[in-house]
Design a protein around this ligand. Structure first.
Ligand code: PEP
Ligand code: MG
Length: 883
């Protein structure tokens, strides 16, 4: 029979520690911590397999589970010496979710379960603390009503506020045992009123209700959204962890906290965290009371008064620091920890690999490798290439004028400007309309995920560095300022007020998630400088990498950036971009409007020196590296005006009548320009265009002493004959230039593979071309029959409905388009074993697609300059995974 319950703690283990898939991350690590002798309250985990079965069987539990759970409870009873439901000295438990990967705040938790009208008296007597017992009972009812019974959360909050107001209190901790006892009375009345039944008194009913609610939360809307955004499969399910309660709310020697073994924002090797005296875990995360710092250094740095844990509880702090070291050595990664101190004794409630900023990920990986805790290869494998994007984000220009409105906590680094928006639906809508949005909220909750995702940055008035907003924003790489306490938000009216000023919805603000500043208006930004750790990790990545990384760039400035980011050549120089520059567009138009070859040649002659200068500039920057130049690709109509108002000016500049211009524009009109007169079809019909471009390339190369090897690339080839014809033009031009200059240079002629026919006929095409560069933008378009310019109208739905796993223009459709790439690579190599193979579609900067390129054995990937570091790291990871 399948085992669905695994026990841990108290020296007992059913041995699931290694299996996060079965026990979920939390359950596996609780067992793991107990196994290495750390103080873990005893408990048991109901497996994720049970969750799957629960849903498969119509949300019912099999009878056998009841026996297994009874067994689990008996285990906790044996270790703690308390009995579940015992009126004299009751065992209380927590019931928590725990999926394979952490989904912070997405699923449900119930604490203090096992309290009822009898056991609360027993707890008061056994603990000698009536206030604590009644506080736990009111917390339990409140949580249970919210999570399990799904009653109106607000009415319970309101009753608590009224109880405090009646007494003139500000903090929950000021309420006395008697106050809390009468609050419990109000809570029970609220339950009966809203649920129609009294609050459940049978502790076993309470337990099953909570287990069902945790499984149920797997299918909550917010959990589904989170899974979709994070590519977590819906059939993984969650585990449920039932564990003996330990109490952080047993007076001044008790506390609860969350901590990271290193700073998750900067990566600094210093303990980092927050704690609250006389509180339960939810109080820290909820951000209602402001938590205190863990270390003295952090408190002093923040200039805060309340004592740090290091100062207030030196003994327990010592125990905790020791646990941090044990955990890092055991798990060999930075850990994110939840702990509770019950009357001076430390208990560990959770550990997991901590989420971190890209900057911290880099620093931690490099530091740990240098400490000898992990290898260099592991360090390379640890950093998510996509997260490097965060490091490449702009920061505020230090010289820019700032109109600072407020200061909060620097919760997630990076700077962003946008219009203030006060709710997540509006944030999503306005972002879809192309506006940059800053989401401004009192505090965020999992319901805000879509708004946070749509926003460029997040600002909250409440909550600490481990609040929901802070944790989620860091994970998403969104700049975030949290806990800006003096910002008064009125989301109904759509305004926030601070220091006598007002910001209304739609007005632009800037936030700096690295300093915590909130500014009025847009503040100029500067590009980031990359840290020494970045350079170190990149050197290690380069040592592990097989594929080369090139850049898609067409100006000397872009090439310089690309080279600085480590590009090893240009994989795609799109020459048409040069044609749009002021000063030459007129010559381009004259060429298009010319009636015959002689007219075209005259216009092309004007372009030649300009193109030659373009290439010279690029060759100079890329000296010593290969540069692939693609000959003209887009249909000619793209260079002509479309607006009626522009016709007259353009006609005059080009020196033709407006009627000629209009006629030519009409002639060039195409129903489907992507499949029309473009690519090498231009070169076949107007060879003089490619001839001019080839001449510009060879003249530029001959003019330089240290020229790179030009790779002349013909676009949109579908047949061997097309490439043959174009190669003749290029070779003939090369010979002419070499003869004129009395100098030869080495060059290659190759083609893009962007049509299914080209992929299929790659064997023949390779007889002519010395290299293939996969133009997977067009290859995706032509293989899927999906227009790359119009697809956005339905693509989101296609992804939502699971038709495509992801946008195929972002991440390569490996199953479909990938087959063509693989086949073309194989056929090309069969003909020409040393054929150079690369990719220059947008997929060249996408980590998943790069892994595929490694598997197929391409020689290089080419990505836009800012994605070059991402591509270097992803290529290294791909090589490591393969090897
Ligand atoms: C491609 O099609 O993948 C490509 C790189 O060319 P372009 O995007 O310019 O069509
Ligand atoms: Mg293309």
């Amino acid at each position: 029979m399948t085992q669905y319950v695994y026990r841990f703690g108290g020296g007992v283990s059913d041995g699931g520690a290694g299996d996060k898939n079965l026990l979920g991350g939390k359950g596996a690590n609780l067992d793991g911590m107990a196994a290495i002798g750390l103080p873990v309250p005893p408990g048991f985990t109901i497996t994720t397999a049970m969750c799957t079965r629960y849903y498969d069987e119509g949300e019912v539990f099999p009878d056998s589970l009841r026996d297994e759970v009874a067994n689990g409870i008996a285990h906790i009873e044996a270790v703690t010496g308390k009995r579940f439901g015992d009126a004299a000295d009751p065992l209380l438990v927590s019931v928590r979710s725990g999926a394979r990967v952490s989904m912070p705040g997405m699923m449900d938790t119930v604490l203090n379960l096992g309290l009822n009208d009898q056991t609360v008296e027993g707890l008061a007597a056994s603990s000698g603390d009536a206030r604590f017992a009644w506080d736990s009972y009111r917390r339990f009812i409140q949580m249970y009503a919210d999570v399990v019974l799904e009653l109106d959360h607000g009415s319970f909050e309101e009753a608590l506020e009224i109880a405090k107001e009646d007494k003139g209190f500000y903090l929950d901790t000021e309420l006395t045992a008697q106050d809390l006892r009468s609050l419990v009375g109000s809570y029970k009345a609220l339950v009966e009123e809203q649920w129609g039944k009294p609050f459940p008194q049978d502790v076993h009913d309470q337990l099953w209700g909570a287990v069902g609610a945790v499984f149920g939360s797997w299918q909550s809307e917010r959990a589904k959204v989170y899974r979709r955004l994070n590519n977590i499969p819906g059939d993984w399910g969650t585990a449920v962890n039932v564990q003996a309660m330990v109490f952080g709310n047993m007076g001044e020697t008790s506390a609860t906290g969350v901590a990271f073994t290193r700073d998750p924002a900067t990566g600094e090797n210093a303990y980092y965290g927050e704690f609250l005296i006389n509180a339960q875990g939810e109080d820290v995360v909820a951000g209602i009371r402001t938590p205190q710092y863990l270390t003295k250094a952090a408190r002093e740095r923040a200039n805060a008064k309340p004592l740090s844990m290091e100062e207030a509880m030196p003994d327990v702090y010592g125990q905790l620091a020791n646990v941090f070291n044990i955990l890092e050595t055991h798990y060999r990664d930075m850990q994110d920890i939840e702990f509770t101190v019950e009357r001076g004794k430390l208990w560990m409630l959770q550990t997991r690999s901590g989420k971190r900023t890209a900057k911290a990920a880099l620093k931690i990986a490099v530091d740990m490798a240098e400490q000898g805790l992990i290898t260099r290869e592991e360090a390379v494998a640890r950093v998510d290439p996509a997260a490097l994007d965060q490091l490449l984000h702009p920061t505020l220009d230090p010289a820019a004028v700032r109109d600072v409105l407020a200061k909060g906590l620097p919760a997630s680094p990076g700077a962003a400007s946008g219009i203030a928006v006060f709710d997540s639906d509006t944030a999503e809508k306005r972002a879809e309309m192309g506006e940059s949005v800053i989401l401004v909220r009192m505090e965020t909750s999992p319901e805000d995920i879509h708004g946070m995702h749509a926003a460029k940055g997040i600002l909250t008035a409440r909550g600490g560095m481990t609040s929901h907003a802070a944790v989620v924003a860091r994970g998403m790489g969104r700049p975030c300022v949290s806990g800006a306490g003096n910002v008064a938000i009125d989301s109904k009216e759509g305004v926030f007020r601070v220091g006598g000023r007002e910001v209304r919805e739609g007005e632009v603000i800037t936030i700096d998630g690295s300093s915590g500043e909130v500014m009025f208006g847009e503040v100029a930004t500067v590009q980031p400088e990359l840290s020494g750790d970045f350079g170190t990790l990149m050197v290690w990545a380069d040592a592990a990498r097989r594929m080369k990384v090139r850049a898609n760039a067409e100006t000397p400035a872009d090439c310089r950036i690309a080279r600085d980011f480590g590009a090893e050549g240009v994989g795609l120089c799109r020459t048409e971009h040069m044609f749009f520059e002021a000063g030459r567009i007129t010559a381009v138009r004259q060429m298009i409007l010319a009636e015959d070859e002689a007219g075209r040649r005259a216009a092309l002659a004007k372009l030649l020196p300009e193109q030659r200068a373009d290439f010279k500039g690029i060759f100079e920057v890329m000296a010593g590296l290969p540069v692939t130049i693609r000959l003209l690709d887009p249909p000619l109509h793209e260079f002509l005006p479309t607006e009626e108002s522009d016709f007259a000016d353009v006609a005059e500049a080009a020196g033709v009548g407006i009627d000629i211009l209009k006629r030519r524009a009409a002639e060039l009109h195409e129903f489907n320009p992507m499949l029309g007169h473009r690519g090498c079809r231009l070169g076949v019909t107007y060879p003089e265009i490619y001839e001019m471009q080839a001449r510009a390339i060879f003249e530029a190369a001959c003019d330089l002493n240290d020229s790179p090897i030009p790779e002349v690339m013909v676009p949109l080839v579908g047949t061997r004959r097309e490439l043959e014809l174009m190669k003749e033009v290029i070779d003939r031009t090369a010979e002419a230039v070499f003869a004129e200059r009395g100098k030869r240079i080495t060059y290659l002629v190759g083609t893009m593979i962007e049509l299914p026919r080209a992929a299929l006929m790659a064997g023949e095409i390779a007889e002519v071309g010395a290299f293939f560069s996969f133009g997977t933008n067009d290859l995706t378009q032509t293989t899927l029959g999906v227009s790359r310019d119009d697809a956005s109208r339905f693509l989101t739905q296609y992804v939502d409905k699971g038709i495509y796993a992801q946008d195929p223009f972002v991440s390569l459709d490996i199953d479909g388009v990938g087959q063509l790439v693989q086949l073309a690579a194989e056929r090309g190599r069969a003909t020409r074993p040393d054929i150079k193979l690369g990719i220059c579609g947008e997929h060249g900067g996408d980590p998943a697609s790069i892994h595929f390129c490694e598997r197929v054995g391409l020689d290089y990937v080419s990505a836009s300059p800012y994605r070059v570091p991402i591509a270097r790291l992803a290529a290294a990871q791909a090589a490591l995974r393969k090897g």
